[in-house]
Write a new protein. Structure first.
Length: 431
């Protein structure tokens, strides 16, 4: 295998032999192929794509590059998992986990940190004082057995090829390539051992996939990779033109996830969480369908057992589940409506950039994250507002940062005379 030949082959629109492609990826993971050659290969893939056989070989190589985990065998249960392609205000797993666990289905999830607008699930969880995300595989299994759930950091030896390749893509403008995203996401799910996976593919201004057609293509690729690996996969295609729920920022999102687990969350976020739970429960070994899954998810939220499970889980990982223990930003400013009308747009990307500038996200992978800061978007698309009504609230470290963020968030809002076309959170379900 000569990397330069593979780069040339892909640059010229050719197709790789699967075994040779696997060799390239495994050699890269072993540091035997330099970053500059992989970067050139990724750019060739950006222009000429990968076919299904190449994409599946890439995924197999990613999985084979490190250890795998068989959580199902360790627990003696069928294991289900969920994953989101990433969006603004996306704290779904933090609310889904306790609900699914309270319904009697084990939920052991490996998550990542965010690079970009706001923190990832791990950053959000670390805004809970004392909470530990670096559990060993043994600790993960024990906790899922005893508490029913855990969300932990991905260990460095699980899919190391993806860790390296993703970091390279991130700085070479080669993240947004559908087969590479599909392979990257699915390799991590397959290596973590889930037998059935619910994928939340975000669509819109604040997501990788800007259009529903791109999202459908990504979903189709991930479903095919799942089939190739003998796993069940469902993709929810969900709206990311506006932030999910109200909260964008780490501690603020933890607070909102907890509110949702106890039945007091924002409508769009609650709908997404309950729908994902229903499908995970239907995939589980409980032997129920999606409608019954939905009923059970609603029941554990209403009777308080999901909240109880949330508190047990946070304590098991060393955290304090009391929402008053979350750090609060010292400065709060409201953003008010400049006139009467209906909210027609709350630009997810603009709100995310405001949150990033407040310090809620990181620009490079070693940047610290400020857990306390962020934005609460009270008014969402379709809401009627009067001049002077609160649209949003900025949580900032100082007045200057608050003022800058307030101006950006105000620019994210569009208010018009007519309501926008009605659109729920769930745009499509595949297959
Ligand atoms: N998330 C991933 O895990 N990988 C990608 O390539 C893109 C988003």
């Amino acid at each position: 295998m000569r990397p330069a030949e593979l780069i040339e082959q892909k640059r010229n629109g050719g197709t790789h032999d699967p075994a040779t492609l696997m060799e390239l990826i495994l050699a890269y993971a072993r540091d035997e192929v330099p970053d500059y050659q992989m970067a050139a290969w990724c750019m060739a893939v950006y222009f000429n794509g990968l076919d299904a056989t190449e994409r599946d070989a890439l995924t197999d190589a990613m999985v084979a590059s490190g250890e795998t985990l068989d959580l199902g065998a360790a627990l003696g249960r069928k294991v289900v998992d969920k994953h989101s392609t990433g969006g603004v205000g996306d704290k779904t797993s933090i609310a889904v986990g306790p609900i699914v666990a309270a319904c009697g289905v084990p939920f052991g999830k490996m998550s990542g940190r965010g690079l970009g607008h706001t923190g990832g699930t791990l950053d959000k969880l670390e805004s809970i004082p004392g909470l530990r995300v670096e559990l060993t595989t043994g600790e993960l299994v024990t906790q899922v057995r005893e508490v029913g759930m855990a969300i932990v950091g991905q260990t460095a030896n699980l899919v190391p090829a993806d860790m390296k390749l993703y970091a390279l893509r991130d700085v070479t403008a080669t993240v947004d390539i559908i087969p590479l995203i599909a392979s990257s996401i699915m390799s991590k799910k397959l290596a973590a051992g889930a037998q059935a996976i619910v994928l939340d593919v975000k669509v819109g201004d604040g997501a990788f996939m800007k259009t529903i057609d791109q999202a459908r293509q990504l979903a189709a690729d991930m479903i095919e990779i799942g089939e190739h690996a003998g796993r069940e996969v469902t993709c929810l295609l969900t709206d990311m033109d506006q932030p999910l729920g109200r909260a964008v920022g780490n501690a603020l999102e933890i607070h909102e996830a907890r509110e949702t687990v106890r039945g007091d969350g924002p409508a769009d976020f609650t709908e997404l969480v309950l729908d994902a739970c229903a499908r995970l429960l239907a995939y589980s070994d409980l032997g129920i369908d999606v409608d019954e899954g939905r009923r059970r998810a609603e029941t554990v939220v209403a009777d308080g057992s999901a909240l109880q499970r949330y508190e047990q889980w946070i304590r098991a990982q060393g955290g304090d589940p009391d929402p008053d223990a979350l750090e609060r930003a010292p400065v709060r400013t409201t953003v008010t409506a400049p006139g009467d009308g209906v909210v027609t747009r709350v630009g997810a990307h603009d709100v995310a950039i405001a949150a990033l500038e407040l310090g809620a996200g990181r620009r490079t992978k070693d940047d610290p994250v400020d857990h306390a800061v962020g934005v609460l978007c009270f008014a969402k698309r379709g809401d009627t507002v009067l001049a002077g009504d609160d649209l949003a609230e900025i949580h900032a470290r100082d007045d200057a940062a608050a003022e800058r963020a307030a101006a950006s968030v105000l620019a994210a809002y569009e208010i018009g005379p007519e309501p926008p076309p009605e659109r729920g959170i769930l745009l499509d379900v595949m297959p």
